[in-house]
Design a protein around this ligand. Structure first.
Ligand code: DAH
Length: 356
């Protein structure tokens, strides 16, 4: 093999060994660059006699062309390989199922609240909403629970670093009961007009308040069945002649509808709340199913105390009735068989998505 053939052969080997375009350009410089081997051979021709120059030049040119052809072939091969790798990396399997957009859904407690609202609406109850940052008067004093009364210690309240007009700090409402007074207060004028109309016309509808007030409430409390933020739903029915019997009917009806079971009994257990007299704790008992036989507390209730009716701006001689406060979180736990309240408020989608 002559010197030129050997050179072409070396170039081919060097190009074949270049694994990347950058390697290949370095290898090219060795042979075809300004101080590469081919250039050197060209320069060497200067010393040759004229008659040899022509043949030598032609031979070097043949070798140069062979090297250039090898270079181009290798360039193409590397580009092809790169394209192929890219295509392989970006390969689409069109037979795979598409990615579905994650659907949102209602929180289980929101579902319970909607359910409660629908059931009470069907019994003629209005739905009211009110502030979570409350005045001391609304949360306590108006509910017959004056400053320094021992009943205040029934609730471990969060206070806000801001005083109301009476100089006492605002609180995060520890129950929805202040909504009784807020709502009734808004109705005073309307009720007075209805009262007058009813005196003139015995067929006119009697003045009445029927309302529920669901919402968030707060207490310094945290364990498996208590969360610093939780929900309550207040209920209030006031009229000329609304009695404990009505409370029993309404609440029994509510529980049976809510749990979709007639196989459920209620117990009114005597208790104390400053804003009701008499007061009762409402317990329910399922007669069948996993919770059968246990008494489960679901609400506080009672006949609204005359002092509270007065604080609503109403005459306790004209308005009598009942109130209750229940725990929608508890109802949600019972309905779905969940035993740790905190799961509802951790925001873990693995838990929450089970209710969709
Ligand atoms: N507010 C009470 C509590 O949070 C619950 C309650 C009891 C509400 C009796 C009422 C009621 O309306 O009449 O413990």
């Amino acid at each position: 093999m002559n010197e030129l053939d050997t050179l072409v052969d070396h170039a081919r080997t060097a190009f074949a060994q270049a694994a990347t375009p950058a390697d290949l350009e370095n290898a090219k410089a060795l042979f075809l660059g300004k101080s590469g081997r081919v250039t050197e051979l060209m320069k060497g021709m200067a010393q040759l006699p004229v008659e040899e120059k022509k043949a030598r030049g032609a031979a070097i040119n043949v070798a140069k062309q062979a090297i250039e052809a090898a270079l181009n072939a290798r360039r193409q091969a590397l580009a092809d390989a790169e394209l192929e790798a890219q295509l392989r990396a970006e390969a689409l399997d069109v037979s795979l199922p598409g990615r579905r957009r994650a659907g949102g859904g209602l929180h289980p407690v929101s579902r319970t609240l909607e359910r409660i609202e629908a059931i009470f609406a069907s019994m003629g109850f209005d739905v009211a909403d009110g502030p979570e940052v409350e005045s001391d008067w609304h949360s306590f004093t108006s509910l017959n629970n004056p400053p320094n009364h021992p009943a205040r210690s029934m609730q471990d309240t969060f206070y806000v670093d801001l005083n109301g007009e009476d100089g006492t700090p605002y609180n995060l409402r520890p129950h929805t009961s202040p909504m009784q007074v807020r709502y009734a207060h808004q109705q005073v004028k309307k009720l007075a007009a209805q009262f007058e109309a009813a005196e003139r016309d015995p067929n006119a509808s009697a003045p009445e308040i029927r309302v529920i007030a669901p919402g968030r409430t707060y207490r310094v409390d945290s364990d498996a069945t208590h969360s610093p933020m939780f929900h309550q739903c207040e209920g209030l029915w006031l009229g000329a002649n609304v009695s404990f019997k009505d409370l029993k009917v309404v609440f029994t009806d509510f529980c049976r509808t809510f749990f979709e079971s007639d196989d459920l009994v209620l117990r009114f257990r005597p208790s104390f709340f400053p804003f009701t007299e008499p007061s009762a704790e409402i317990d329910i008992q399922f007669q069948s199913g996993p919770l059968a036989g246990r008494w489960l507390e679901v609400a506080g209730s009672g006949q609204v105390h005359p002092n509270v009716v007065r604080n609503m701006g109403l005459d306790p001689e004209r308005y009598i009735g009942f109130a209750f406060g229940m725990g929608p979180d508890r109802l949600t736990m019972l309905r779905y068989g969940v035993n740790d309240l905190r799961l509802f408020f951790d925001g873990d989608l693995r838990f929450l998505s089970q209710f969709q």
